[in-house]
Design a protein around this ligand. Structure first.
Ligand code: 0O2
Length: 276
């Protein structure tokens, strides 16, 4: 890494200027994808459900990091095809990171993102099942996303990383250490990072088991089942006010716990705005 420090000093000014304008639509792609992923989160929360997304961040790769990677890929900036090669070979210029609480949430978000029509998925790298040698864990989805920039339609590569809070904590620390030691982390620090990665994974798995405990839907006892029947028959008799009052008395505030119960969901949907 050290011989690539101040790398932009060795790149023709013309290329650097072109890079700046080339990166602008990537900024737009990152902003749009971030907004859409926040939409997933708020969609869950607004309907009273648990959101598998804790937070989302994004960035366009910094020029020095981009040039360093280009150098590793032997992209020659004196050749006319440098821009084409950069877009084709460096797929994380637009990078989005989705951070979740639990491993099961990571899998759910992975599924949700891979099913989207506005993101064409080319590859999925599962560094959770197969961690990198460094101990790095995350899901990487490499895809392409279309932006309309000025009068142009641009199909841009993007990389979406999905990881738990624990994996994110580990990766942030490791990334900082890599910078601190200029890419040459001492062996004893590498060993400690490995231990930290293993411990983080153990914690993630323990927490994931707790999540299943937390998310297991509460069973309705027979008294509540009877109340649901009573509310339903009031609704059928079109006595909506009494139905809503009975509902509020017994179920308000506990909605999330009962959402998996089909009878409860039906009544909740039927009464709809009368409950607000
Ligand atoms: P920046 O600009 O500082 O964010 P590959 O198959 O290895 O070629 P992959 O697996 O997508 O491709 O990884 P790549 O291209 O090496 O790295 C892409 C990004 O993944 C990195 O961006 C990191 O955000 C993350 N990443 C990959 N490996 C590691 C790792 O070992 N530790 C940490 N902390 N992060 C990793 P950059 O390069 O950091 O760029």
């Amino acid at each position: 890494m050290s011989q690539t420090k101040n790398i932009d000093k060795h790149i023709p000014k013309k290329v650097l200027n072109r890079l700046v304008s080339m990166l602008a639509p990537y900024e737009q792609a990152v902003d749009e994808i971030k907004l859409k992923i926040k939409g997933i989160k708020y969609g869950f929360l607004k309907s009273g459900r648990y959101s598998p997304i804790e937070f989302v961040v994004g960035r366009v790769k910094k020029t020095d990091s981009l040039l360093r990677k280009a150098l590793l890929r032997e992209i020659d900036f004196t050749q006319d095809d440098w821009e084409k090669r950069l877009c084709e070979e460096i797929t994380d210029i637009a990078g989005i990171r989705v951070v979740c609480r639990y491993i099961d949430d990571v899998r759910e978000v992975q599924q949700l993102l891979m099913e989207r029509e506005d993101l064409v998925v080319h590859e999925m790298k599962d560094y959770i099942s197969n961690p990198k040698e460094s101990g790095y864990r995350s899901i990487h989805i490499i895809g392409s996303y279309t932006v309309y920039y000025g009068n142009e339609k641009k199909v841009l590569p993007c990389e979406l990383q999905i990881r738990t809070l624990g994996m994110n904590f580990w990766a942030t620390n490791e990334h900082e250490l890599r910078y601190k030691y200029d890419g040459n982390i001492p062996t004893d620090v590498l060993e400690q990072l490995h231990v930290a990665s293993t411990v983080t994974n153990q914690l993630d798995e323990l927490m994931n088991n707790l999540r299943q405990e937390i998310m297991t839907p509460a069973e309705l006892d027979s008294d509540l089942e009877e109340k649901l029947e009573e509310i339903f028959s009031l609704y059928v008799k079109q006595d909506f006010d009494s139905a809503a009052a009975l509902y509020k008395e017994h179920f308000s505030g506990y909605e999330e716990a009962f959402l998996e119960n089909p009878k409860f969901r039906m009544i909740n949907d039927l009464l709809g705005k009368r409950l607000r």
